[in-house]
Ligand binder design. Structure first.
Ligand SMILES: [Zn+2]
Length: 415
């Protein structure tokens, strides 16, 4: 099973927007591209929203049938590990093996030594085509990389073997993710991580490193854009080299776990993948849930009241809701409007505050990040929330489609 060159992860927390998301992708594909939708959902999201992996498969199949979509599509068991993978086996065909927790865990000394010895031919100055300066590879560097990543890649191999036993070889797409950690992986780390994966027979089709800079939830990238561009380009070149050198899947590509809405780096990535004719997987999740709240606000009346209630509950439970996301949000509490103030807002004011259009005077990234982490609040509303999604499906669906197409795909694929 092979992923297409371009693919986008469109997580959908409440599983109501599959059709609207697919409409956006099909619209982009009208220009001759072949972007595959991947419906991704992590175990954590399932627990919060009380859904089951089979719900995502049902949603994806239904959206595809409803629109008569004929391209490839996938269902991603996002950020699974050995203890959480089992319930996803039957219905997912894309598995994101999250091995971040194993970075830095010790490996047997003999394994470290064997790895370092296997890299003998790369010692000294190693030229990677396209990268100006050769990489300087020493035994110390290799030992350091092995001590950080050997156990993590071993874990990827364990999960992969479990999947082969339970799904059969070739019946799923493998992604390896290391993004949910503090320190970024450099291109030279990436090179030897890929060697480890190849040595262990893990046929990764996508790899999700941690990049430098802040990937806060639902808002733009914060960091040095030039440095990001250099790092992204070097990663692309290292992958190209690694594919040939280590015999990894030919279409191996970067997976960017974006946390949604990283608008300022989209054109950078677009230029680089075009320059080298490479693929890309971009994973989003929360951006669609935010469009649901925007759609409710736009719908007005009882739906706007519900959007206000969601904010009030989020505001009052800020600490609890933000705690699990502490590393990926930056909320300035002083910039959050009071509940009383929000309760006086019109549809337009609420939507403009939340919608990610940085040029709009009302846009408030603090408000947006708080709502982003507050989907638990909507989940607790249960039927009250989902019945509104159904009642105002058209308005909400238009917001979802516009967001994925206009703000994401257009910037990513130069449409
Ligand atoms: Zn991730």
């Amino acid at each position: 099973m092979e992923l297409s060159k371009y693919s986008i992860g469109v997580g959908d927390r409440f599983a109501h927007q599959g059709v609207a998301q697919l409409r956006a992708i099909m619209k982009a594909n009208q220009s001759g591209l072949e972007i595959s939708p991947v419906w991704n959902k992590s175990n954590r999201e399932h627990i919060y929203v009380h859904t089951h992996p089979a719900d995502v498969r049902r949603e994806a199949d239904a959206a595809v049938a409803a629109l008569g979509y004929r391209g490839k599509y996938f269902v991603d068991a996002d950020h699974i590990n050995l203890s959480t993978v089992a319930p996803f086996v039957e219905t997912a065909d894309f598995f994101t093996l999250d091995v971040a927790a194993f970075i830095g865990k010790p490996s047997p000394e003999a394994d470290v030594e064997a790895f370092v010895n296997s890299c003998e031919k790369y010692l000294g100055d190693l030229s990677i085509p396209g990268i100006e300066k050769p990489l300087h590879v020493t035994r110390e560097l290799l030992e350091s990389i092995a001590s950080r990543f050997l156990a993590a890649t071993e874990q990827a191999s364990e999960i992969y073997k479990y999947l082969v036993e339970n799904k059969g070889v070739g019946n799923f797409v493998t992604e390896v993710s290391m993004d949910e950690v503090e320190s970024p992986q450099t291109p030279v780390d990436m090179l030897f991580i890929l060697k480890m994966l190849a040595d262990k027979g893990v046929p990764a089709q996508t790899i999700a490193p941690k990049f430098t800079g802040r990937f806060n939830k639902g808002v733009d990238y914060r960091g040095d854009l030039e440095q990001f561009a250099r790092e992204f380009e070097e990663d692309v070149l290292v992958i190209d080299f690694a594919v040939k050198e280590f015999g990894l899947p030919k279409k191996l590509k970067l997976s960017v776990h974006s946390g949604s809405d990283k608008f300022s780096i989209y054109p950078i990535m677009a230029d680089i993948i075009r320059k080298y004719d490479k693929g890309l997987h971009l994973k989003t999740a929360g951006t669609t849930w935010l469009e649901e709240v925007i759609g409710l606000a736009v719908a007005g009346g009882e739906a706007l009241e519900l959007a206000k209630q969601i904010y009030a509950n989020s505001f009052n439970r800020k600490e609890e809701l933000c705690a699990p996301y502490a590393d990926v949000i930056d909320i300035d509490g002083a910039q959050l409007p009071s509940v009383e103030e929000v309760n006086t807002w019109t549809s337009e004011k609420y939507a403009n505050t939340l919608r990610h259009i940085p040029g709009n005077a009302d846009y408030n990234s603090n408000f947006r990040q708080l709502i982003h982490v507050a989907y638990k609040v909507a989940a607790e509303l249960g039927e009250t929330y989902t019945s509104m999604l159904e009642k105002y499906a058209e308005i909400i669906g238009n917001c979802v489609e516009e967001n994925i197409y206009d703000r994401h795909l257009k910037r990513l694929f130069n449409l």
